[in-house]
Write a protein that binds this ligand. Structure first.
Ligand SMILES: Nc1ncnc2c1ncn2[C@@H]1O[C@H](COP(=O)(O)OP(=O)(O)OP(=O)(O)O)[C@@H](O)[C@H]1O
Length: 242
């Protein structure tokens, strides 16, 4: 698959990437290597100019969850109403959706803040609200573009753990773009390292999905070996020598 923009920039050429059902796939790579373009293509926000995307399950493309670096909450609407929004857009009534929304808020530990406005929340809480909203329609695929990049390290680690738990409970496939090797090594079941220009895949690192993602894992040899392999691949992708 390839993508050349009208201004002549080729972001991706000859990319062959299979997303496997149920995995957490992270895309790592230097700025401008085409990671966000891959997400936009999967989302159908832009079309490939070469090749195509084949869907094993056509229904999956109509129910995709999104999380971006900016939580993009409606500032005048409560936490409840922000999470309710996708159901409302699908024609659901507030009364019918109440149970589902509250359950989603409980999963991200925001049930006590259902009536709060976004401005009353911390950055991490806003992101948890955005995550609850992304999962509310029970999508089989969730696309996340550097969702935790603007958060402090401690909050980011907590949200990484929360995401893994949520994913285990709800079973969605996740494609996650990040610049953080540690975040990638923690949340992923597969890491793909891309290079510039044109998004060539330079490394693919599998992480055993059965490993519990907790503090023990963060301290483990497996985690540091995984992070080191990704770091080396990333340096190669950036054309650096070490
Ligand atoms: N709409 C567009 N029109 C023209 N060029 C674009 C457009 N969107 C992206 N590009 C170019 O395509 C290439 C890949 O961009 P993309 O945003 O996918 O990279 P990225 O890996 O996500 O970068 P970052 O990590 O900085 O977010 C870049 O050279 C970028 O300038």
């Amino acid at each position: 698959m390839g993508k050349t923009f009208p201004n002549g920039v080729t972001a991706l050429a000859g990319l062959n990437l299979e997303v496997r059902q149920g995995e957490t796939l992270t895309l790592l790579g230097p700025s401008g290597c085409g990671k966000s373009t891959v997400l936009r293509l999967i989302a159908g926000l832009t079309e490939p100019t070469a090749g195509a995307i084949a869907w094993a399950d056509e229904a999956a493309r109509d129910n995709i969850g999104f999380v971006f670096q900016d939580p993009t909450l409606l500032p005048w609407a409560s936490v409840f109403d922000n999470v309710f929004l996708p159901l409302r857009l699908a024609g659901g009534s507030r009364a019918e959706a109440r149970g589902l929304v509250m359950e989603a808020l409980e999963r991200v530990d925001l049930a006590d803040f259902a009536k709060a406005l976004p401005r009353e929340l911390s950055g991490g809480m806003k992101m948890r609200c955005a995550i609850a909203r992304a999962f509310i329609t029970r999508p089989s695929l969730v696309l996340m573009d550097e969702p935790f990049a603007a958060l402090d390290e401690v909050t980011r680690c907590k949200l990484n753990e929360g995401l893994v738990t949520l994913k285990e409970r709800l079973g969605a496939t996740i494609v996650f773009v990040t610049h953080s090797i540690f975040e990638s090594a923690f949340v992923s079941t597969r890491m793909v390292v891309m290079s510039r220009p044109r998004g060539a895949i330079v490394a693919e690192i599998e992480v055993d999905p059965s490993i519990a993602r907790n503090d023990d894992y963060r301290m483990s040899e497996t985690f540091s070996t995984t992070a080191r392999r990704a770091s080396r691949a990333l340096h190669d992708a950036m054309g650096e020598t070490r």
